[in-house]
Design a protein around this ligand. Structure first.
Ligand SMILES: NC(=O)c1ccc[n+]([C@@H]2O[C@H](COP(=O)([O-])OP(=O)(O)OC[C@H]3O[C@@H](n4cnc5c(N)ncnc54)[C@H](OP(=O)(O)O)[C@@H]3O)[C@@H](O)[C@H]2O)c1
Length: 235
Protein backbone atom coordinates (compact mmCIF):
# COMPACT_ATOMS: atom_id res chain seq x y z
CA UNK A 1 0.00 0.00 0.00
CA UNK A 2 3.06 2.30 0.21
CA UNK A 3 2.20 5.55 -1.61
CA UNK A 4 -1.05 4.13 -3.01
CA UNK A 5 -3.87 6.69 -2.86
CA UNK A 6 -6.85 5.42 -0.87
CA UNK A 7 -10.17 7.29 -0.74
CA UNK A 8 -12.52 6.45 2.15
CA UNK A 9 -15.98 7.93 2.63
CA UNK A 10 -17.44 8.26 6.13
CA UNK A 11 -14.09 8.30 7.91
CA UNK A 12 -14.87 10.40 11.00
CA UNK A 13 -15.66 7.41 13.25
CA UNK A 14 -16.36 3.67 13.37
CA UNK A 15 -15.11 1.47 10.55
CA UNK A 16 -14.11 4.44 8.33
CA UNK A 17 -11.78 5.76 11.03
CA UNK A 18 -10.28 2.30 11.65
CA UNK A 19 -9.68 1.82 7.90
CA UNK A 20 -8.06 5.25 7.61
CA UNK A 21 -5.60 4.44 10.39
CA UNK A 22 -4.90 0.93 9.04
CA UNK A 23 -4.11 2.16 5.51
CA UNK A 24 -2.07 5.09 6.92
CA UNK A 25 -0.02 2.61 8.93
CA UNK A 26 0.73 0.75 5.67
CA UNK A 27 2.05 3.98 4.11
CA UNK A 28 -0.93 4.78 1.87
CA UNK A 29 -1.90 8.39 1.12
CA UNK A 30 -5.45 9.05 2.29
CA UNK A 31 -8.34 11.13 0.99
CA UNK A 32 -11.12 10.98 3.56
CA UNK A 33 -14.47 12.67 4.05
CA UNK A 34 -17.42 12.91 6.44
CA UNK A 35 -19.92 15.60 7.40
CA UNK A 36 -18.58 16.33 10.89
CA UNK A 37 -15.53 18.57 10.52
CA UNK A 38 -14.17 18.27 14.06
CA UNK A 39 -14.05 14.48 14.31
CA UNK A 40 -12.80 14.18 10.73
CA UNK A 41 -9.89 16.52 11.52
CA UNK A 42 -9.09 14.42 14.60
CA UNK A 43 -8.88 11.29 12.44
CA UNK A 44 -6.67 13.20 9.98
CA UNK A 45 -4.23 14.05 12.77
CA UNK A 46 -4.24 10.48 14.09
CA UNK A 47 -3.48 9.14 10.59
CA UNK A 48 -0.78 11.76 9.91
CA UNK A 49 1.03 10.48 13.00
CA UNK A 50 1.99 7.45 10.83
CA UNK A 51 3.96 9.89 8.64
CA UNK A 52 1.70 9.86 5.61
CA UNK A 53 -0.26 12.53 3.69
CA UNK A 54 -3.93 12.85 4.58
CA UNK A 55 -6.46 15.03 2.80
CA UNK A 56 -9.61 15.47 4.89
CA UNK A 57 -12.59 17.14 3.23
CA UNK A 58 -15.82 17.91 5.05
CA UNK A 59 -18.41 16.64 2.58
CA UNK A 60 -21.84 15.03 2.41
CA UNK A 61 -21.58 12.17 -0.10
CA UNK A 62 -25.26 12.43 -0.95
CA UNK A 63 -24.64 15.94 -2.29
CA UNK A 64 -23.38 15.90 -5.89
CA UNK A 65 -21.43 19.14 -5.51
CA UNK A 66 -19.70 17.87 -2.35
CA UNK A 67 -18.78 14.63 -4.15
CA UNK A 68 -17.35 16.56 -7.10
CA UNK A 69 -15.34 18.86 -4.77
CA UNK A 70 -14.03 15.93 -2.70
CA UNK A 71 -12.86 13.91 -5.69
CA UNK A 72 -11.46 16.85 -7.67
CA UNK A 73 -9.48 18.03 -4.63
CA UNK A 74 -8.11 14.53 -4.07
CA UNK A 75 -7.14 14.06 -7.72
CA UNK A 76 -5.44 17.49 -7.77
CA UNK A 77 -3.55 16.75 -4.57
CA UNK A 78 -2.45 13.18 -5.38
CA UNK A 79 -2.82 12.86 -9.17
CA UNK A 80 -4.91 9.69 -8.95
CA UNK A 81 -7.10 7.45 -6.77
CA UNK A 82 -5.98 3.82 -6.56
CA UNK A 83 -8.50 2.48 -4.06
CA UNK A 84 -12.01 3.67 -3.24
CA UNK A 85 -13.88 2.40 -0.18
CA UNK A 86 -17.56 3.36 -0.18
CA UNK A 87 -18.09 3.14 3.57
CA UNK A 88 -20.35 6.11 4.48
CA UNK A 89 -23.79 4.99 5.55
CA UNK A 90 -26.67 5.90 7.85
CA UNK A 91 -29.06 3.62 9.71
CA UNK A 92 -32.18 5.78 9.52
CA UNK A 93 -34.64 6.13 12.41
CA UNK A 94 -33.78 4.43 15.71
CA UNK A 95 -35.51 2.38 17.00
CA UNK A 96 -35.97 0.99 13.51
CA UNK A 97 -39.64 0.99 12.47
CA UNK A 98 -41.32 -1.87 10.62
CA UNK A 99 -41.89 -1.09 6.93
CA UNK A 100 -45.61 -0.45 7.50
CA UNK A 101 -44.70 2.45 9.81
CA UNK A 102 -41.54 3.59 8.04
CA UNK A 103 -41.62 7.37 7.36
CA UNK A 104 -41.38 7.97 3.59
CA UNK A 105 -38.85 10.79 3.91
CA UNK A 106 -36.55 8.67 6.05
CA UNK A 107 -36.84 5.78 3.62
CA UNK A 108 -35.79 8.01 0.71
CA UNK A 109 -32.97 9.61 2.75
CA UNK A 110 -31.43 6.25 3.71
CA UNK A 111 -31.43 5.08 0.09
CA UNK A 112 -30.00 8.42 -1.05
CA UNK A 113 -27.10 8.38 1.44
CA UNK A 114 -26.37 4.65 1.34
CA UNK A 115 -26.91 3.82 -2.33
CA UNK A 116 -27.12 6.87 -4.57
CA UNK A 117 -23.99 8.36 -2.98
CA UNK A 118 -21.96 5.19 -3.61
CA UNK A 119 -23.10 5.34 -7.24
CA UNK A 120 -22.16 9.05 -7.51
CA UNK A 121 -18.71 8.65 -5.97
CA UNK A 122 -17.90 5.49 -7.95
CA UNK A 123 -19.01 6.97 -11.26
CA UNK A 124 -16.80 10.00 -10.69
CA UNK A 125 -13.74 7.95 -9.63
CA UNK A 126 -13.87 5.21 -12.29
CA UNK A 127 -12.75 7.26 -15.36
CA UNK A 128 -9.32 7.94 -13.77
CA UNK A 129 -8.97 4.27 -12.86
CA UNK A 130 -9.90 3.19 -16.39
CA UNK A 131 -7.36 5.60 -17.87
CA UNK A 132 -4.63 3.80 -15.92
CA UNK A 133 -6.43 0.45 -16.19
CA UNK A 134 -5.87 -0.06 -12.49
CA UNK A 135 -8.00 0.41 -9.41
CA UNK A 136 -9.89 -1.27 -6.61
CA UNK A 137 -13.36 -0.33 -5.39
CA UNK A 138 -14.67 -1.86 -2.19
CA UNK A 139 -18.28 -1.41 -1.15
CA UNK A 140 -19.39 -2.08 2.42
CA UNK A 141 -22.39 -4.35 2.75
CA UNK A 142 -24.07 -6.14 5.64
CA UNK A 143 -25.76 -9.39 6.57
CA UNK A 144 -28.94 -7.26 6.43
CA UNK A 145 -28.23 -6.78 2.71
CA UNK A 146 -28.19 -10.52 2.08
CA UNK A 147 -31.28 -11.61 3.98
CA UNK A 148 -34.39 -9.49 4.58
CA UNK A 149 -34.96 -9.21 8.33
CA UNK A 150 -38.11 -7.74 9.89
CA UNK A 151 -37.36 -4.33 11.32
CA UNK A 152 -34.17 -3.63 9.34
CA UNK A 153 -36.20 -1.44 6.98
CA UNK A 154 -34.55 0.98 4.56
CA UNK A 155 -31.08 0.19 5.89
CA UNK A 156 -31.23 -3.49 4.94
CA UNK A 157 -32.87 -2.68 1.62
CA UNK A 158 -30.11 -0.14 0.88
CA UNK A 159 -27.50 -2.86 1.45
CA UNK A 160 -29.34 -5.19 -0.97
CA UNK A 161 -28.98 -2.34 -3.46
CA UNK A 162 -25.27 -1.96 -2.67
CA UNK A 163 -24.83 -5.64 -3.48
CA UNK A 164 -26.63 -5.14 -6.82
CA UNK A 165 -24.56 -2.03 -7.53
CA UNK A 166 -21.35 -3.95 -6.81
CA UNK A 167 -22.28 -6.89 -9.04
CA UNK A 168 -23.41 -4.61 -11.88
CA UNK A 169 -20.26 -2.42 -11.80
CA UNK A 170 -18.13 -5.56 -11.59
CA UNK A 171 -19.83 -7.11 -14.62
CA UNK A 172 -19.58 -3.90 -16.65
CA UNK A 173 -15.85 -3.62 -15.82
CA UNK A 174 -15.02 -7.33 -16.09
CA UNK A 175 -12.65 -6.87 -19.04
CA UNK A 176 -10.64 -4.19 -17.23
CA UNK A 177 -8.28 -4.16 -14.28
CA UNK A 178 -10.66 -2.03 -12.22
CA UNK A 179 -11.84 -4.48 -9.57
CA UNK A 180 -15.16 -3.99 -7.78
CA UNK A 181 -15.89 -6.11 -4.71
CA UNK A 182 -17.81 -5.90 -1.44
CA UNK A 183 -17.18 -6.77 2.18
CA UNK A 184 -19.61 -7.48 5.00
CA UNK A 185 -17.58 -6.38 8.03
CA UNK A 186 -19.86 -8.21 10.49
CA UNK A 187 -21.30 -6.72 13.64
CA UNK A 188 -18.98 -4.11 15.15
CA UNK A 189 -19.00 -1.95 18.23
CA UNK A 190 -19.82 1.42 16.60
CA UNK A 191 -22.34 4.22 16.95
CA UNK A 192 -24.39 2.72 14.12
CA UNK A 193 -24.62 -0.62 15.94
CA UNK A 194 -25.61 1.15 19.19
CA UNK A 195 -28.47 2.80 17.28
CA UNK A 196 -29.48 -0.45 15.56
CA UNK A 197 -29.29 -2.75 18.60
CA UNK A 198 -29.42 -0.48 21.68
CA UNK A 199 -29.88 -3.39 24.10
CA UNK A 200 -27.10 -5.52 22.59
CA UNK A 201 -25.96 -8.06 25.19
CA UNK A 202 -23.41 -10.09 23.20
CA UNK A 203 -19.76 -9.31 22.44
CA UNK A 204 -18.95 -7.35 19.29
CA UNK A 205 -15.81 -7.00 17.21
CA UNK A 206 -14.09 -3.64 17.21
CA UNK A 207 -13.76 -1.97 13.80
CA UNK A 208 -9.95 -2.29 14.14
CA UNK A 209 -10.37 -6.09 14.21
CA UNK A 210 -11.82 -6.34 10.69
CA UNK A 211 -9.52 -4.09 8.65
CA UNK A 212 -7.25 -6.88 7.35
CA UNK A 213 -9.82 -8.12 4.84
CA UNK A 214 -9.97 -4.59 3.38
CA UNK A 215 -6.17 -4.29 3.24
CA UNK A 216 -5.91 -7.62 1.42
CA UNK A 217 -8.70 -6.91 -1.06
CA UNK A 218 -7.32 -3.45 -1.91
CA UNK A 219 -4.43 -5.02 -3.80
CA UNK A 220 -5.89 -8.41 -4.78
CA UNK A 221 -6.61 -9.43 -8.38
CA UNK A 222 -10.19 -10.36 -7.47
CA UNK A 223 -13.31 -9.20 -9.23
CA UNK A 224 -17.01 -9.10 -8.35
CA UNK A 225 -16.85 -11.06 -5.09
CA UNK A 226 -18.57 -10.74 -1.72
CA UNK A 227 -16.44 -11.30 1.37
CA UNK A 228 -17.18 -11.54 5.05
CA UNK A 229 -14.51 -9.86 7.12
CA UNK A 230 -12.82 -12.17 9.54
CA UNK A 231 -12.40 -10.41 12.88
CA UNK A 232 -8.92 -10.71 14.40
CA UNK A 233 -8.80 -13.69 16.72
CA UNK A 234 -11.61 -15.54 14.91
CA UNK A 235 -10.86 -19.04 13.67
N1 LIG B 1 -21.48 -1.45 12.78
C1 LIG B 1 -21.90 -2.61 12.30
O1 LIG B 1 -22.20 -3.55 13.06
C2 LIG B 1 -21.98 -2.83 10.80
C3 LIG B 1 -22.33 -4.11 10.33
C4 LIG B 1 -22.39 -4.34 8.96
C5 LIG B 1 -22.08 -3.30 8.08
N2 LIG B 1 -21.75 -2.06 8.56
C6 LIG B 1 -21.40 -1.02 7.60
O2 LIG B 1 -20.09 -0.54 7.89
C7 LIG B 1 -19.99 0.83 7.45
C8 LIG B 1 -19.50 1.69 8.60
O3 LIG B 1 -20.45 1.62 9.64
P1 LIG B 1 -20.13 2.10 11.12
O4 LIG B 1 -20.74 1.12 12.02
O5 LIG B 1 -18.70 2.45 11.24
O6 LIG B 1 -21.04 3.43 11.18
P2 LIG B 1 -20.86 4.79 12.01
O7 LIG B 1 -20.06 4.57 13.22
O8 LIG B 1 -22.23 5.36 12.12
O9 LIG B 1 -20.00 5.69 10.99
C9 LIG B 1 -20.55 6.08 9.75
C10 LIG B 1 -19.61 7.05 9.06
O10 LIG B 1 -20.25 7.53 7.88
C11 LIG B 1 -20.24 8.96 7.88
N3 LIG B 1 -21.39 9.45 7.12
C12 LIG B 1 -22.70 9.20 7.34
N4 LIG B 1 -23.45 9.85 6.43
C13 LIG B 1 -22.58 10.52 5.62
C14 LIG B 1 -22.75 11.39 4.51
N5 LIG B 1 -23.96 11.69 4.04
N6 LIG B 1 -21.65 11.92 3.93
C15 LIG B 1 -20.41 11.63 4.40
N7 LIG B 1 -20.19 10.81 5.45
C16 LIG B 1 -21.27 10.27 6.06
C17 LIG B 1 -20.27 9.33 9.37
O11 LIG B 1 -19.71 10.61 9.61
P3 LIG B 1 -20.56 11.97 9.77
O12 LIG B 1 -21.75 11.64 10.62
O13 LIG B 1 -19.56 12.89 10.38
O14 LIG B 1 -20.92 12.36 8.37
C18 LIG B 1 -19.31 8.28 9.92
O15 LIG B 1 -17.98 8.67 9.73
C19 LIG B 1 -21.37 1.22 6.95
O16 LIG B 1 -21.42 1.07 5.55
C20 LIG B 1 -22.28 0.21 7.61
O17 LIG B 1 -23.47 0.03 6.91
C21 LIG B 1 -21.70 -1.80 9.91
Amino acid sequence: MKNRVVMITGASKGLGRALTLAFAKEGAKLAICARTEKSLQMVKREAEAFGTEVLAITADVSNVRDVERFIATAENAFGRIDVLINNASILGPSPMPMLLDYPEEDFAEVLRVNVVSAFLVTRRVIPGMLERNDGAIINVTSEAGHTGYAGWGAYGISKFAIEGLTETWADELRHTNVRVNMIDPGEMNTEMHRLAVPDCDYPLANPEDVVDTFLQLASAEIHGQRFEAQAEGEA
